[in-house]
Write a protein that binds this ligand. Sequence first.
Ligand code: 6PG
Length: 468
Amino acid sequence: MKADVGVVGLAVMGQNLALNIARNGYAVAVYNRTAERTKKFIEERVKAEKIIPSYDIEHFVASIERPRKIILMVKAGTPVDEMIEELLPHLEKGDLLVDAGNSHYADTNRRLEKLSHHGILYLGMGVSGGEYGALHGPSIMPGGSLEAYRMLQDVLTKIAAKTEDGPCCTYVGNSSAGHFVKMVHNGIEYAIMQSIAEIYDIMRKILRMSTSEIGQVFEEWNKGELSSFLVEITYKIMEYMDEETGKPLVELILDTAEQKGTGKWTAQAALDLGVPTPSLNVAVFARTISHFKEHRRELSRVFGEKSRVTSDKSLIKDLEKSLLLTMFLSFSQGLWLIHEASKAYNYNIDLPEVLRIWKGGCIIRARLLNYLGAILKENPENINLLASNNAMDFVKEKLSSALKVSSIARESGLPTPVLNSSIDYLFSLTEENLPANLIQAQRDFFGAHTFERVDKEGTFHVEWQKLE
Ligand code: 6PG
């Protein structure tokens, strides 16, 4: 029996994806660099599934039906290149390699180019949903050639999460489109996570709510417009008790947030493409600042006590609206970035399709996506969603709450970077005259960088002061 698909890399994500594929009726060949892990996987997790283990790469490749379809589930970065090098001598023209990790889109372009010279097809495929999603249905974002996608389309749509709008998998676009979209998904993920954390901070420090009370509020919110995976896990986290101490575990976790790079890459891509994504960018810096624990400890002493404004529980309604506003604007900024990247890199991405496949399986799945999808369908040119009266009304209806929350946090010395930058993003985009005229004047003053005028065509420079 030959396998329909091969999976390389048997860390938990790889194991779960292999099992998911096998449980959908396919025979799966598996290979891991260390044989021990493969043995353990076969012994402990494989039951009736058709899974063919291999302990050397040659045997692994030979055990797959031609043209071969091999999914790489290895750590992003050098391990992907190393695995490609290892596989390459055993592959034949027309075989397909799929990188399902969180690879940087530039790496994906480079690998696509290299493999095309060998006649090997390649997909850069974003997969979201964590370990659970990999096993029970992730959101899948494949990019590359349509021909390559067609080779694996049936498998991918079968293993993907399903919503009432179909499987959460679509051909995202050319070259590295899949990894780009997954990267922006993560950029949005960072912003939403940070927004939720900011709201949590206000609840515990200003409203002086217990962890359990905070959990109850998030649970309630999850039944309404804020319904989303990230809000859902937040209330579940609040409920989780540490066995050793009997305290909510979240209270015992050190407040330094880690990152593996996708949020940072999103910010870098936005800066490179000249797209404003401030809420996404400050969410990365919030994690960076969290890392300076010792420094923060020292400076908190130097700064001294912060007076916390008090507020009553009626603020909870405002917190809910605030979070809806930041969620909306985080999605809005991410979509704009994808749109500009699609033009700049000829990805040819269908944005409503991206929103559709984010509705299930992935980390940023949220009820709000139905609404965003509807706005975009109405006017596909509305790339940051704000150019619709309906959407603007939605945002404006949340604004006074967001301003109230932001101001209470400001007065209390509490950082709410995503909330504040979202508000400023909205204010900036809705301001016809920005003070950038002064910036231009300053640039021209010290560097003769020239400026344009509002009253006539052309490029101008003046001698702002007489040089002696
Ligand atoms: C997903 C997640 C997943 C991973 C993140 C975590 O969509 O399933 O985004 O890809 O958990 O990469 O990223 P950080 O370690 O940078 O927070």
